[in-house]
Ligand binder design. Sequence first.
Ligand code: KIV
Ligand code: ZN
Length: 515
Amino acid sequence: MRMIKIFDTTLRDGEQSPGCSMNAAEKLRMARQLEKLRVDVMEAGFAASSPGDFNSVKEIAETIKEVSVCSLARALKSDIDAAAEALKNAVEPRIHTFIATSPIHMEYKLMMTPDQVIDSAVEAVKYSKQFVSNIEFSAEDATRSDVEFLAKIFDAVIKAGATTINIPDTVGYTVPDEYVKFITDIRNACPALDNVDISVHCHNDLGLAVANSLASLKAGVTQIECTVNGIGERAGNCSLEEAVMAMKTRIDYIGADTRINTTEIMGTSQLLTNITGVRVQPNKAIVGENAFAHEAGIHQDGVLKNKQTYEILTPESIGITEKSLVLGKHSGKAALRNRLNELGFQVSDEELQVAFEKFKKIADKKKDVHDSDIEAMMTKEAIQVPKTYTLHRFVVNSGNTITPTSVITLVKDNRKVEKVGRGDGPIDASFHAIEQIVGRKLHLEDFQLQAITEGKDSLGDATISISEERDGRKVVKRGRGLSTDVVEACINAYVEAVNKLIHEEDSGERIHAQL
Ligand code: KIV
Ligand code: ZN
């Protein structure tokens, strides 16, 4: 069977999408899950873009053993130095260097001639070669580049040592048949491509990222670049779960497969949602809430008689199981540790103690504690931001004939500070009270509240993004709160976002290198 390599860029291109930034602990957790999912390569980040990104690539490179770990680098020695240093302890390091090749990018963005672009690319690959043998070269905006020019630059970088050549549809512009012809034309003009991996990296601006990636297999492509839930710049990247499950389900026609452990797909998708707070649309293929829901009576009737009438893949094949109920208030520490291990959390004795206390609080309020409650609880535990402010108590007064008020007491440096806020509702009033306590001008960017698991006693899961102006720049931070009381969940989410803003201010700003 023809095996296609899956290059996951959730932690790099995916992380570039609004609202999807992750801290180092969150990225490491995601990286571990990608290893379980069995991607072939994971792009852990862009080491040169900030000290935070550098450390995160380094930590992932030192932890992940079964998957090749990669860092992005512009065709610049300083970027390649940072990537090589961050990857130096990886079992199978890959440097992914790139430069734009389309006339518009070369003229207006790079302000370089085509010959200068070729020289930079060759120099970058040769320079990378002294650190690693596994080198990917990407021609940014390839689909709006000239075929002859691409053939020339690919020939040159392959001679310099590139082992994978990526032909990205950076702006999501191409369509399937055109892409197949384009890649075939480049291959005909550059026979050296027969000796390396050929990769595609498709953006979803026209909703064609998955279709283009799958079509490219007809042109002999050996690697697909994608992200979990299809997150990524603008409209996102090729969705990993869609590309993988399309190959698996239509293996009869496509004739290609991957080494992905598909039963980890749902868990990976949910982990990303838990970490970022960015949910997938309910009708999203494969991992959307409704992907396996049969609503129409005629469909339900058919499925009851024979599932295959309307189901082309099974929920089990992507890891959806019936088993969701796990623990209750009488469960002990050993049972919690056992369940945590099954869910992929390795905890020390001290961490187990912290988790157990948290679990007991949830179990006291809820009858049944589900996997998703535990996932949410642990993901929150992993957020290592100093708790400058913590909630001491809150009292809300609300109704349809009064102006809602909220009295909030937060603790900072062992000192209690209390304020009263008024608002359109108890949550709005609470946010105003917090704003007064922290003395900052904050703007609410995004607010999502949903119940995790079913039932009246389910946990309220609040995700809040707030922003503040700093030196003419908008800084956005996201916080998450969980509680059986939705107002408390919202207050905790808001306080966490405030703590993140303060932490970033204290530890220096993240500088995003310009791509
Ligand atoms: O979209 C793109 O072209 C990229 C490159 C850096 C591969 O993300
Ligand atoms: Zn991209």
